[in-house]
Design a protein around this ligand. Structure first.
Ligand code: PLP
Ligand code: ZN
Length: 410
């Protein structure tokens, strides 16, 4: 790690404890990795010989010390499943629900916590729609750190339960995620807590880039043609973009993929800015995809840059399509992802219809979190069970009445 570069004014900034954003223009910072001195072939062989099947296999490319604490649970190295039944032969799904706390956020928390440990922090804090917080609590508790989280009061129950089970101090804010975000920064500054906030903390992007490393390694050190990424704050898409660029800079992949920013119509700030060419502006709305329900994206500038620089595009789809795609993905591939993960399939299907994806493309959808995190949303589309007496009569009647028919595919 050679320091920070400001996403806004491009100044180079020296790291210091308690420094998160640019002291000159308050934009987010990007970690500069110095790959000039590294030999790509050697890095690849270090990775392949590491014997480590977690995100730590990419240690040579991460801004953390080799002796930084290893998480008690295994983050990353999630499966990449072929999903040829969903439109094109070369489609795969990266199932991030397999992470310890059930979402991609563990990648960011793992790197942020290694940095926090390096600063001898004993309290770590974040604001979250639910997953960032449950991830932080899951990884921090076994390290003996206190976790303080701010979530909107409306966060899905399963995510809040995770927080409480992991022993976090939970502040359920009567307001939106954006309100929780501002409050968490004020509190962190006031109490001197280490702040993991998405985008605000430059190391969240560094953790999230490991998803790109895995995709390339799992495809035999090749980049796909495109990657569909759910976008709320825009930190996953900018982190994943950095990961692809890192591998490209090292000569470990020959070309870069196009990144497709997938949003919900009810929370489309990045989509709107991409479409109009204007700056990111607050977008008020509602969506069932709570993990990407963000009024003002906190890493929006970096997200827009990732879309443009990668030659990708942005799209937004409505809740009906998102929920239908969730069911379709589950039944076709066995991967049950929360609505925010399913938005990728909804956007992919639309892109295929519009000719924005080619039949022979290699495409990866990032299924960012487990469907069990939000069963209330799933219940709205999956109907209810057949209630029967403990006798065969009812079963016979229901079977002849069509109980075994497959769910509607529309
Ligand atoms: C956080 C999250 C996202 C969105 O990531 P951003 O960095 O906010 O764009 C998408 N899906 C899930 C499941 C998440 O937890
Ligand atoms: Zn700046």
């Amino acid at each position: 790690m050679a320091g920070f570069r400001c996403i806004g004014c491009a100044r180079e900034i020296d790291p210091a404890p308690g420094l998160y954003q640019c002291p000159f223009c308050s934009s987010n910072l990007e970690v500069i990795c110095d790959y000039g001195s590294m030999d790509g072939k050697l890095v690849r062989s270090l990775i392949e010989k590491s014997g480590d099947f977690t995100a730590r296999r990419y240690l040579p490319l991460l801004p953390i010390e080799a002796d930084s604490p290893r998480p008690a649970v295994d983050v990353g190295w999630t499966p990449l499943y072929r999903a040829a039944g969903l439109g094109i032969e070369g489609l795969s799904i990266k199932d991030e629900g397999g992470n310890p706390s059930g979402s991609l956020k563990d990648r960011a928390s793992f790197v942020a916590l290694a940095r926090a440990a390096g600063e001898n922090a004993d309290v770590v804090c974040c604001a979250s729609t639910g997953n960032a917080a449950s991830s932080l609590a899951c990884l921090a508790a076994p390290m003996g750190m206190r976790t303080v989280v701010f979530v909107p009061e409306s966060a899905p129950r399963a995510k809040v339960v995770q927080l409480l089970v992991y022993g976090a101090a939970v502040f359920a804010v009567r307001g939106t995620y954006d309100d929780a975000y501002d409050l968490s920064i004020e509190a962190s500054k006031t109490f001197g807590w280490y702040c993991r906030n998405t985008g605000y903390n430059p190391f969240t992007r560094e953790g999230k880039k490991t998803a790109a490393f895995e995709i390339c390694e799992q495809l035999g050190w090749k980049s796909p043609d495109s990657v569909f990424v759910p976008v709320g704050d825009g930190n996953i898409i900018s982190g994943v973009w950095k990961g692809f660029k890192d591998l490209h800079a090292l000569g470990l992949i020959e070309r870069l993929p196009a990144l497709v920013a997938c949003q919900a119509s009810g929370s489309g700030a990045v989509y709107r800015a991409w479409k109009t060419g204007e700056k990111i502006a607050p977008f008020e709305g509602e969506t069932v995809a709570d993990s990407i329900k963000v009024t003002f994206p906190r890493d929006g500038d970096a997200a827009l840059r990732a879309i443009h620089d990668s030659g990708g595009f942005a799209a937004a789809v409505d809740d009906g399509r998102i929920l239908q795609s969730m069911g379709r993905m589950a039944r076709n591939t066995g991967v049950f992802t929360e609505p925010s993960g399913a938005v990728t399939l909804a956007v992919f299907e639309e892109a295929l219809e519009r000719g924005l994806v080619r039949e022979d493309d290699t495409v990866v959808l990032l299924a960012t979190g487990s469907g069990l995190k939000d069963v209330e949303s799933a219940i709205t589309i999956c109907g209810s069970p057949f209630t029967v007496e403990p006798a065969l009569t009812d079963v016979k009647r229901l079977v002849s009445g069509g109980a075994l028919e497959r769910p509607d595919e529309n």
